[in-house]
Design a protein around this ligand. Sequence first.
Ligand SMILES: C[S@@+](CC[C@H](N)C(=O)[O-])C[C@H]1O[C@@H](n2cnc3c(N)ncnc32)[C@H](O)[C@@H]1O
Length: 506
Amino acid sequence: MSVKQYIHPRNKYKRPPDYKQLAVLYPEFREIAIMDFTGKVRIDFKERRSLHVLTETLLKHDFDLHVDIPADNLNPAISLRLNYILWIEDLMTHSKLEMEKVTGIDIGTGAVCIYALLLAKIYKCHMIGTEVDKGSIKHAQKCIKKNKLQDLIEIITVNSDRIFKDIVQDNRVYDFSMCNPPFFESEDNDFEKVEKVLPPRNAPTGNDSELKTEGGEVCFVTKMIDESVEMGDQVKIYSTMIGKKTDLASLRRLLRSKNIKNMIWTEFCQGHTTRWGLAWSFLPQNIINLTTAPVIRKHGKSIVGSLKNYKTSITFPVNDKFSCIDDIISFLKVTAKELNIKLQDIPISENNFDSWACQVTARKRSWEHMRRKRRLAQQSALKRVKGENNKCIEANTCAEETSIETGNSAKNSDEESSDKELRDKNGPLLVCKFWVEAESRNNSQDIITQPDEILRIWMVFENGYGGLDALHSLRQYLINKLEVKEKILDNPSKTKRKKKRVSKEC
Ligand SMILES: C[S@@+](CC[C@H](N)C(=O)[O-])C[C@H]1O[C@@H](n2cnc3c(N)ncnc32)[C@H](O)[C@@H]1O
């Protein structure tokens, strides 16, 4: 499926607008329309004026909304705005809230207050738009008046260092908040850099105060999240659009670090661009459960599938202990330290933001010793409990433990010396790659799905004198330690395990 096919199914612009019809109906559109020799009508997307006229015409034609977009302001491309609005509608429906009864807040509403206009016009939502820029506020108020939507939309001037604090009143509850934050950092010129490296498909629109903010979108949304913690459930669902995939990953991490687990993310796909939506709530999940809300997510193909080396995996559904790949990464790092295994991060493309890879080097079967130690610890704990009322038994147990430990350490040292011999001859016991991925279990062809996520730890064999046996015994150790034995989704017996022991040249 191409990116365009992931546009929201209810988005009017799933099919491109009929430019010929627009040219016939609207003289201002006719002025910017270009007819080629086959009679096909198109517009020049590299012309800022053409983009503004297209948006104004579509708003008029499809929504009966009458706006002028000021020449130096951002062109609010409607297809993307609709994708976000339709997701808000999905979230409201999922939360059993009726669109015509809800009140929403649009943070940074802009000169055209596009989200507020569309939401008020299409659904009759009550909207509060916030803005810092005086010129934008004046123009937005003009747009509201021109469209006779004063009863439904209110614009509030806010301080640039605040997000919700100037608007959320103590005694009021709001159903949702939304935001298209300024994406770029005011210091480094990301914006110009993007323009220089990639000639834009569309003319750039918007001015610095609309597009740039100190610290970029991560700082802006971080402030939003911090203030949302203070506001709590006064806003039922907080949401924001995010411009960079890597920012989505760090903001999800930030929410988790604040113990906000009732959250969800989606993708807004349109034309050649993808943006992301992130929503969170402080309401208990029996009232609003965002983790099961409808989403659109492109299914990426795992890179691991194309690797030629022998691979096996540990796959299980997300759970309370392992709710995302960050939890697995921390688990693997701690475990590797305990086992004295070397883990080395492998940088991967930022497009694979829901995956992580590392090179693993084990010099000995330290996990097998750990398993034995754990078993012994469990046995002795059991004996201690049994012998609680009988000090005599406890004394025996201690003696026994000592002898077991001694026996064990003797065995360990035997193993270690044989390990050492082999190591000296053949290098490490096991070298493999771990590739951690979060993926959707949903194989349905529906564009809108429920986020049924699974976590997968791929283990890709590289080399080592321990061969595949070492890889599989490490896998078994990790399964036990992860405590996911019952939930495991892949069956190791089904993975093509070569019968032959893999030699050191593998
Ligand atoms: C990227 S523009 C989005 C405009 C409009 N919502 C849209 O989607 O086309 C970001 C807007 O946020 C405004 N803004 C910046 N800081 C703000 C703040 N602290 N509170 C409210 N608005 C802010 C800017 O002036 C700008 O109009």
